[in-house]
Design a protein around this ligand. Sequence first.
Ligand SMILES: *Cc1c(COP(=O)(O)O)cnc(C)c1O
Length: 364
Amino acid sequence: MKTTPRPRLTVNLSALQANYQTLCARRPGAETGAVVKANAYGFGAERVVPALIEAGCRTFFTAYTFEAVRLRQSVEAIPDAVNLCVFNGPSAGDLADYDDYNLTPVLNTLAQVSLWQGQKSTCMLQVDTGMNRLGLTSKEVATLATNADAHGGLKVSHILSHFACSSDPGAAKNKRQVEEFKNLTNKLGKLFPKAEKSISASGGIFLPFDIDEKLTRPGVALYGASPQDQPVDALQTVATLEAPVMQIREVSSGESVGYGATFTGREHARVATLGIGYADGYPRHLSNCGKVILGGRKCPVIGAISMDLITVDITDCEDPIAVGAIAECFGPTLPVAEIATLAGTIAYEIFVTLGDRVERRYVT
Ligand SMILES: *Cc1c(COP(=O)(O)O)cnc(C)c1O
């Protein structure tokens, strides 16, 4: 017996691999890493990581140590040569995991530098060039650089920084950060002559000027969303979110739909109830303003988003819609960016908040 249809995310692993190649091609002089924090942006690291390894990726980033540990434990056949790096770096309590699971930390504070002192394996070092979030400040860089005796033994493979405004190619801050990065890496160059540079996430890879770096760290662009405020045509759609029609009803003029009676039809309407809600990560902010593709039409979401259900107006659909029909909530026809904008957020947040109830299906 078929079970009740539920919301479904289809992940196209070939499109993911094609996006990886596109990002590599934009930066022929640099290695292209992949950011797979938050379970590969909600897409399932167990399937995403092997697909990217197959595409040639050898350096992966998570945010937390336990995320990288989980990758080593759960993803079959990650070759030893594949580098698993942790943006947030180590604490005293998880230092041993770096040895046990062959992980590379990003050190962000002088305390983490001290903690890593004496470790034999490679680390990365993050410097702050204007984000004011993680990484050594210019003052701390100076402290480190003038204390060669204490820190010269660190094996730093890469010096990292991060752009604040790379979603806007015209932002003056981008070039200021590049300058500051040059300045700070020069200061550290004597101490760590072998350290390579890395500053670009997805947005940086699409900035319209040359950046001196040997490793990029894209996340969202791999998953098919534009890192810029404008669409990037070179990227393929990786994710399609769909929801099944569970019931169809006629609503007379003057009747309301859903919680709080926030929608009242002025005319007679046909309304389809779909199996997806805010528990699945469909944003409640799309109440009365979301859109879905159903029967070849862009249908408006009417009424409030419920935990498990949404209601859409299908009055204008040309093809008759039946129970069991599948609506596209975002995907090739309805870009995730459009839905994110309607919800007052960004594609990143839509991706990573998709719930456990959403069935993940992988296609090539
Ligand atoms: C999340 C993250 C990235 C990836 O960012 P995208 O915009 O998704 O490409 C790269 N570097 C750091 C430090 C990050 O935290």
